[in-house]
Design a protein around this ligand. Structure first.
Ligand SMILES: [Zn+2]
Length: 286
């Protein structure tokens, strides 16, 4: 008899337990529906539950977070939020090296400004056209590149630039007022020369980064440029880099452009409406 009571008790226990489990299950389902109505995100709730229940899932989340954080760190190097402008300028062209320079610039989607000599433009008009077609800016560097002739008088400086301006106009249809005088404006360009050029609409541009590419061998000029860029950027100044259309500069230009790209620089052309950058005379001009 006692055995029968014990059996009935056990059967009741099993049935009650089964009922309780069913109620609990329904209860969870309702809670889920309530959650949606209240505007909670059921997916994030599920994520949280899965995360708590499954250590592997948590590990996965951690690793994803780490990867995201790593990508954020990497992005800081090329962050578009901190746009840094750099002006690449090439003097003394066009030459046989100019096409290689253009190809490398194209490869990096970089833009530059070319200050060209009048006889060289006449010699290589197709290269001048190519410079323009590829979206670069064109400026004038005079005719003789001889300091004794160019700086002989205000009139000689003006005539060289006017002659170069006309040749560029004939070749490309572009009338450029951008000029860079041979060897830069200091010390040869006196105040009266400046006034004459200015009153004829020319906009004089010097540079604040001297690559010394004409005197250095192999890729040495790239390190020289980079160290000057870093100083200027720390001072909040946009670098204007002087380079030349010479084979060694063309051969190693990709190293400089790789650096600029990795460090979030954007290359821009010099436009006519920009405020020109000039060396300060500090009474050195004569
Ligand atoms: Zn020059």
């Amino acid at each position: 008899m006692n055995k029968l009571k014990l059996f009935i008790f056990l059967v009741c226990l099993v049935i009650c337990s089964a009922c309780h489990s069913e109620i609990d299950h329904n209860h969870v389902g309702l809670k889920g529906k309530d959650g949606v109505v209240k505007g909670q995100n059921p997916e994030s709730e599920a994520d949280n539950k899965a995360s708590k229940a499954n250590p592997k899932y948590r590990d996965l989340q951690e690793s994803q977070k780490t990867e995201f954080e790593m990508s954020q760190e990497n992005n800081e190097l090329v962050s578009p939020n901190i746009e840094k402008t750099v002006y690449l300028t090439f003097d003394d062209g066009p030459t046989s090296a100019t096409t290689d320079i253009l190809d490398t610039l194209h490869q990096f989607n970089a833009k530059a400004t070319f200050f060209m000599l009048e006889p060289s433009m006449r010699e290589l008009p197709k290269v001048v056209d190519k410079i323009v077609e590829e979206g670069h800016a064109v400026g004038l560097h005079g005719v003789t590149h001889d300091k004794n002739q160019f700086y002989q008088s205000a009139q000689s400086a003006l005539e060289e630039m006017t002659t170069a301006q006309k040749t560029l106009l004939d070749i490309t249809g572009i009338r450029s007022n951008l000029i860079r005088t041979p060897y830069g404006s200091v010390p040869y360009l006196s105040e009266s020369y400046r006034q004459v050029l200015d009153s004829n609409g020319f906009k004089l541009w010097d540079w604040n980064v001297d690559s010394s590419d004409w005197s250095l061998s192999n890729d040495e000029y790239v390190d020289t440029v980079i160290s000057q860029i870093e100083e200027l950027v720390n001072a909040g100044v946009a670098p204007i880099i002087l380079m030349h259309d010479i084979p060694n500069t063309a051969s190693h230009l990709s190293i400089l452009l790789t650096y600029l790209s990795k460090h979030g620089f954007q290359t821009k052309i010099i436009e006519e409406n920009l405020q020109p950058y000039n060396f300060n005379c500090y009474q050195r001009c004569h």
